[in-house]
Design a protein around this ligand. Structure first.
Ligand code: GLU
Length: 336
């Protein structure tokens, strides 16, 4: 269904246990890649030092347990700092980045002074008033100093394969956003855009929580003259109350399920059912690969989005733990 020669990537952060939402996204991404003849990279987003809890091995073990494979050695962002520095120099050359040593509270105060709306969780839009007027600050000092990218006062439409077209206005809603942090490493937005652009990723498949990030990354890709990928943002898996699964939702954590002796065939079976590729039953990796109809996958992912995304109920966990009768309860819920 999709052109061969594509490249996609699994991009876990080794910051904590993966949960059923990750399983859903990663299995769908792997199936898309394998059925479409794309190369599938494995990228470890390991720059967020204080939050990085493991060397990444646990995450890889969990992916292998799910039966997923990828092409080539895992790519660690921590090993690509030279590439991000080069990108920062290119952005500086284009006059698009500046040093921004303001503290979070200075940003909040300046935002309040102009009556800027808050984005929630205490994260204020970065006000234009804090853009340096001194041209000398529009540069990249390769040090542990925050740097921001100049955002354009215009809208960006993200055309998503699964979620449709969405209009964002990065300047109005975020203002100039961080591209380099006071930890001396690139922000997620910069590292991700540089990796996807430079590694030739044609298809970015990830959770719907990152849809708006596609607009921020588009700004960076365009300024760096890197190709823009196709976007596939998949619905988040929620708990029975409709809240996002947190990484620490113990019972739904994949490592916990594995420890409890839940077979990977059941986790794969659940995901295969969620994404509409099979009835609810344990399934081996090869059977799933064989069963998956690539032409049905995109319409099915769109239907999953339209229905609000999968949910993890008590019966879901019971089924994972071997209670086959729980499948009847689940059948009464729409897609779990
Ligand atoms: N590492 C990011 C996460 O786990 C995903 C980044 C991406 O796919 O762009 O949320």
């Amino acid at each position: 269904m999709h052109a061969k020669g594509g490249i996609s990537r699994l991009a876990p952060s080794p910051t904590g246990a993966l949960h059923l939402g990750h399983a859903c996204t990663f299995v769908a991404n792997w199936l898309l890649a394998r059925k479409s003849g794309w190369r599938l990279l494995l990228r470890l987003d390991d720059l967020d030092a204080p939050r990085v809890q493991s060397s990444g091995h646990d995450v890889l073990d969990t992916l292998r347990w799910l039966g997923l494979d990828w092409d080539g050695e895992p790519i660690r962002q921590s090993a690509r700092l030279d590439r991000y520095r080069a990108a920062m120099h290119a952005l500086a050359q284009a006059g698009a980045v500046y040093e921004s040593p303001h503290t979070r509270s200075e940003v909040r105060e300046a935002a309040a002074a102009v009556g800027a709306p808050h984005e929630g969780e205490g994260h204020a839009r970065f006000p234009d008033a804090l853009r340096p007027s001194d041209r000398g600050a529009w540069r990249f000092v390769d040090a542990a100093v925050n740097h921001r990218v100049h955002t354009l006062d215009e809208g960006t439409t993200v055309h998503d394969q699964v979620m449709g077209s969405h209009d964002f206005h990065v300047h109005r809603d975020h203002g100039d956003f961080l591209v380099w942090t006071k930890a001396g490493v690139p922000s997620y937005q910069l590292a991700c855009a540089v990796d996807d652009g430079e590694l030739g990723v044609t298809d970015v498949v990830r959770g719907a929580d990152l849809l708006e990030s596609a607009a921020l990354q588009t700004r960076l890709l365009r300024t760096l003259r890197l190709p823009e990928p196709r976007w596939w943002h998949l619905p988040l898996v929620r708990n029975a109350q409709g809240d996002r699964l947190a990484k620490r939702d113990g019972a739904e954590g994949l490592a916990g399920l594995q420890r409890d002796g839940v077979p990977a065939d059941r986790v794969r079976g659940l995901v295969a059912w969620w994404i509409g590729m099979a009835p609810l039953a344990p399934i081996t990796r090869d059977a799933l690969l064989q069963r998956c109809d690539p032409d049905a996958l995109l319409p099915s992912l769109r239907a999953m989005h339209a229905s609000g995304g999968p949910r993890v109920h008590a019966a879901t966990l019971a089924w994972l733990h071997g209670d086959d009768a729980a499948a009847d309860t689940l059948a009464t819920h729409v897609r779990g």
